[in-house]
Design a protein around this ligand. Structure first.
Ligand code: ZN
Length: 488
C-alpha cells in the first residue's frame, strides 16, 4: 500500500472486522423461512454431537433462564455458526471456554463468529446462555410454545410443544431436522420444589436447593433425538412403572400422571405394553431401550416426544372419545397411546430430514393404528378402519411440502398417506414381504434421518417394484376418481 493510499487502511480494517462478524452474503439475504428450513452454509460445516440443556422455569413469571452447551465436530473449515432461538427469547452470551464470542441477530437467527477459523476434525464446545418470556402456545400441540396451565387443584401444569415451529421456540439449538445430536442430550430442569419436571430419557438424579426452594431434575437421552421431540412437562406428578418383557429384552416403562388421576391411569395404561407388543411385531425392536419408554400426562391432547410420549386423551378410547373412522373400530383403542407411540419408530427412530417429508412420520403412524387393530382384533376390522378414515381426506394439496423452507404438506399426509401404504400392501400382495419391508425400513434407517427418495428406493428394492412409475399411475387415477365422485 503506497503512502498516498494510507488513509484507506482504517477503512479496510473496519470492513475486514465487519466481514468477520458477517455470514456469507447469500445467507444474510435469505428469508426467515429459508434460514429456518434449509441447511445454510453456517449450519453445514458443523455436526452436533451432544446438547446439554440447563433451564430454570419460573411459573409465576412465565419465563425461562438457561444455557445450552453444544458439542460439535467441524466437518469443513468454518468461522461463522448459525444458532437458532426465536424471539422474544434472547441469547445473552456465547462462550467457547472463557472466550466470549461475538453475536449478530436477524429475526430468530444468531450468527456466532469465532476468533479464528475452526479446522476440519476439531471437536468444539460452546455454551449459549439465554433468557426471557417464551411464546405461549395458543393451541397446543398444533401451535408451539409454552402452555402455562393449572390442574384442578390449582397446581401449575406446564408443557412445551414445538412440532413445526421448532425447538428454538424455547431453547437455543441448530433447529433443522437433518442434524440430530449423535450422542444424545442431557436436560437439567429447575422448578419450584413442590413441582416435578419430566423430560426425555431417564431420570438420573434429583437435587433440592432448600434455600432457593427449588428442585433440579437431570434427565438423560443416550440416543440421537430430533429437536422437536425434546420436551418439558411440569406438574404435580406421581410416578409408577412396569417392565415389559418382549422378544428384544426388558423394556422399562414409566408413567407420570397427576396425583388425582393415578387410579384412572393405572387402569387405562395397560394399553401401553400392548402397543409395544404390536409394534415390535410389525416394526421391529423398540428403538430406545437405553432411554426407556414413558407416557407423561399433559394439559393438551398428546405428542410423539421421543421416550417421553405425552398424553392428554382423557383416559378413554378413541380420539377424544370419537371414532375417526366412523366404523366403531376407532373406539377399540386409545388413539393417542397408539398413534404417538407408533412415532417412536416412524418419527423418532426414522426422522424426516426436511419438514416437507413429514408424511413419513404421519402416514406410518396413522397406518399403524390399523396394524394395532389387526394384531389385537381382526384383519377385517383393520381394513374397515383404514377404509373408514378415507372420509377425512381433503384432496386439497400434495402431502409433500416445500423443501428447504420448513413447510410440510397437506393434512392428507395422515389419512391419504395411511391409505397409500395400505394400497401398497395390496399391490405387493404378500404379507410376509410387507412386514419384512417395514421392519427392514426401521433397520436400514435405524436412528437416522431420511428422505422420500430413500423411502421409495427402499420400498421399491424390497418389493421389486418401480414405485415412482406405478405410484404416479395409480395415485393419479385414484385422485381423479375421488374428485369425480366428489369424495372429501
Ligand atoms: Zn402423528
Amino acid at each position: 500500500m503506497s503512502p498516498k493510499n494510507f488513509w484507506r487502511l482504517p477503512l479496510a480494517l473496519l470492513l475486514l472486522s465487519f466481514c468477520q462478524f458477517a455470514p456469507a452474503q447469500s445467507t444474510a439475504s435469505k428469508s426467515a423461512a429459508e434460514l429456518r428450513g434449509s441447511v445454510t452454509p453456517e449450519r453445514a460445516w458443523w455436526d452436533v454431537l451432544h446438547y446439554d440443556l440447563t433451564v430454570e422455569v419460573f411459573p409465576n413469571l412465565r419465563s425461562l433462564k438457561g444455557k445450552t452447551k453444544i458439542a460439535f465436530r467441524v466437518l469443513s473449515p468454518g468461522s461463522v455458526l448459525q444458532l437458532d432461538l426465536q424471539k422474544p427469547l434472547q441469547v445473552t452470551e456465547v462462550l467457547m471456554g472463557s472466550t466470549r464470542l461475538s453475536l449478530r441477530r436477524k429475526g430468530h437467527v444468531y450468527w456466532i463468529t469465532f476468533p479464528k477459523q475452526l479446522e476440519t476434525g476439531a471437536d468444539v464446545e460452546i455454551t449459549a446462555a439465554f433468557e426471557g418470556t417464551p411464546t405461549p402456545s395458543r393451541n397446543p400441540p398444533w401451535s408451539g410454545g409454552l402452555s402455562w396451565k393449572k390442574d384442578k387443584q390449582g397446581a401449575h401444569f406446564i408443557a412445551t410443544t414445538c412440532q413445526g415451529i421448532g425447538a428454538s421456540i424455547w431453547w437455543p439449538n441448530k433447529d433443522h431436522g437433518y442434524d440430530e445430536p449423535d450422542k444424545g442430550m442431557d436436560i437439567h430442569v429447575t422448578v419450584p420444589m413442590n413441582l416435578v419436571a419430566v423430560s426425555n430419557g431417564r431420570l438420573l438424579k434429583t437435587e433440592m436447593d432448600k434455600d432457593r426452594k427449588t428442585k433440579t431434575f437431570h434427565w438423560q437421552v443416550k440416543n440421537p433425538i430430533n429437536n422437536y421431540g425434546v420436551n418439558l412437562n411440569i406438574g404435580d406428578y406421581v410416578h409408577f412403572s412396569e417392565k415389559y418383557r418382549g422378544d428384544f429384552g426388558t423394556l422399562d416403562m414409566d408413567y407420570w400422571v397427576l396425583k388425582r388421576d393415578e387410579a384412572k391411569a393405572r387402569k387405562h395404561f395397560v394399553e401401553a405394553p400392548r402397543v409395544i407388543e404390536a409394534f415390535e411385531y410389525w416394526f421391529g425392536k423398540y428403538p430406545f431401550y437405553e432411554d426407556s419408554y414413558k407416557l407423561v400426562q399433559v394439559p393438551y391432547l398428546g405428542m410423539e416426544h421421543q421416550s417421553s410420549v405425552t398424553y392428554g386423551n382423557g383416559f378413554r378410547n378413541g380420539y377424544r372419545g370419537r371414532d375417526l373412522s366412523r366404523t366403531g373400530v376407532g373406539l377399540k383403542f386409545d388413539f393417542i397411546i397408539v398413534h404417538e407411540s407408533a412415532h417412536e419408530w416412524f418419527g423418532n427412530n426414522i426422522s424426516m430430514r426436511d419438514a416437507a417429508d413429514m408424511w413419513i412420520h404421519e402416514a406410518f403412524a396413522c397406518y399403524a393404528e390399523s396394524l394395532f387393530v389387526e394384531y389385537f382384533f381382526t384383519r377385517k376390522e383393520a381394513q374397515d378402519y383404514i377404509i373408514g378414515i378415507r372420509g377425512n381426506i381433503m384432496n386439497d394439496r400434495p402431502i409433500i411440502g416445500t423443501y428447504g423452507r420448513n413447510e410440510s404438506g397437506s393434512g392428507d399426509m395422515y389419512y391419504k398417506g395411511a391409505n397409500m401404504l395400505h394400497t401398497l400392501r395390496q399391490v405387493i400382495d404378500n404379507d410376509i414381504v410387507w412386514r419384512r419391508i417395514i421392519i427392514g425400513f426401521n433397520k436400514e434407517f435405524w436412528h437416522k434421518t431420511v428422505t422420500t427418495q430413500e423411502f421409495e428406493s427402499h420400498m421399491g428394492k424390497m418389493a421389486g417394484l418401480d414405485l415412482c412409475f406405478q405410484g404416479r399411475v395409480f395415485f393419479g387415477c385414484w385422485a381423479w376418481m375421488m374428485n369425480q365422485i366428489g369424495a372429501r
